[in-house]
Ligand binder design. Structure first.
Ligand code: ASN
Ligand code: ZN
Ligand code: CA
Length: 333
């Protein structure tokens, strides 16, 4: 899979032993990925500004799989950036977050016990906290893919981060974060429709979000309602996350990679799903060609139907499934 270019050996925390792109030669290797826009990974050493220091190593074997070793979070972050780059390049033909071949950079060990990770367009960079007690860094693949996808959204539809467009912005990050996780096909972190299942963010090992039935988190919306745009964007996203799950897999009960899902519909009518790979193409085309800063849920329905018409033909079975799946989350009829 890595064609021998990714010569670095990393002992990650969440993705097992990985090969990843590094530069240099013994004894001066750096965490700089020469084939992905020279993406660099920095150690903030618990600071909260600047870049800290670029990770370096003498033998190109990095980390030990635990958060006590400072390199470990760097390995997870660099691997996440690598898989996110490869996902957009190989699945959507997009070179880098802005599509211009330019690599971003990542910073790990931000702050003290900081329980978040974020993309920042102004620095074109990714930042990861170390989690509660500096023990659970937020560097899992789905989180990396989620955050960097905020950069893709900013460079395409530009969905405004409030109201229904904010929910669509958040859902887009969950959709492509999940897609990156499936794409990586890593046995230590197999693809699922859960967000943040690896990072112990609730302290009890449960995920942050559930795409098959978003209300399982206690706050997210399963279905559209006229007040959904008043919710926090991480909860109004539930409608589109649910749409994406249903469009990928169909309604009802299903086990995938050892995880059990049971996805309901608004009217109780089943929907069949068109497969995740097709659903990803629909969402990416809708995002990059048909959505804009003010797109709401009704507009997302229209945008994905336009995308489905381009991809599968208007009135095709897959086109009709897109329409029926929006109805299954109470958008349109
Ligand atoms: N982790 C949060 C998110 O991606 C941080 C943020 O950028 N709002 O939604
Ligand atoms: Zn987000
Ligand atoms: Ca996941």
């Amino acid at each position: 899979q890595y064609q021998g270019i990714e010569k670095g050996v990393g002992n990650s925390e969440y993705s097992g032993k990985v090969n990843f792109g590094t530069s240099g030669s013994a004894p001066n290797f750096t965490m700089t990925d020469p084939t992905r826009g020279n993406h660099k990974t920095y150690d903030l050493k618990h600071g909260s500004s600047g870049t800290g220091s670029l990770f370096t190593d003498a033998d190109d074997t990095w980390g030990d799989g635990t958060p006590q070793n400072a390199q470990t979070a760097g390995v997870d972050a660099a691997y996440g950036a690598q898989e996110t780059w490869d996902y957009y390049k190989n699945v959507h033909g997009r070179s880098g977050i802005r599509g211009d071949g330019v690599g971003a950079y990542s910073r790990v060990h931000y702050g003290d016990s900081y329980v978040n990770a974020f993309w920042d367009d102004s620095c074109f960079c990714m930042t990861y906290g170390d989690g509660s007690g500096n023990n659970d860094p937020l560097t899992s693949l789905d989180v990396a893919g989620h955050e960097m996808s905020h950069g893709v959204t900013a460079a395409t539809a530009g969905l405004e981060y409030s109201g229904e467009s904010g929910g669509l912005n958040e859902a887009t990050s969950d959709i492509f974060g999940t897609s990156v996780e499936f794409y990586a096909n890593n046995p230590a972190d197999p693809g699922d429709y859960l967000i943040g299942e690896k990072i112990n963010i609730n302290g009890d090992g449960t995920p942050l979000r559930y795409m098959d039935k978003p209300s399982k988190d206690g706050s997210s919306a399963d279905y559209w309602s006229s007040d959904v745009g008043n919710k926090d964007v991480h909860y109004s996203s539930g409608v589109a996350n649910h749409f994406f799950y249903l469009l990928s897999e169909g309604s009802g009960a299903k086990d995938i990679n050892g995880v059990h899902y049971d996805s309901p519909t608004y009217d109780g009518l089943p929907v069949p799903g068109i497969g995740r790979a097709n659903a990803e193409q629909v969402w990416f085309k809708a995002l990059s060609q048909y959505m804009n800063a003010n797109t709401d849920y009704a507009g997302a329905r229209t945008a994905t139907l336009q995308a489905a018409a381009d991809l599968f033909g208007q009135g095709s079975a897959s086109y009709n499934t897109v329409a029926n799946t929006w109805a299954a989350v109470n958008v349109g009829s």
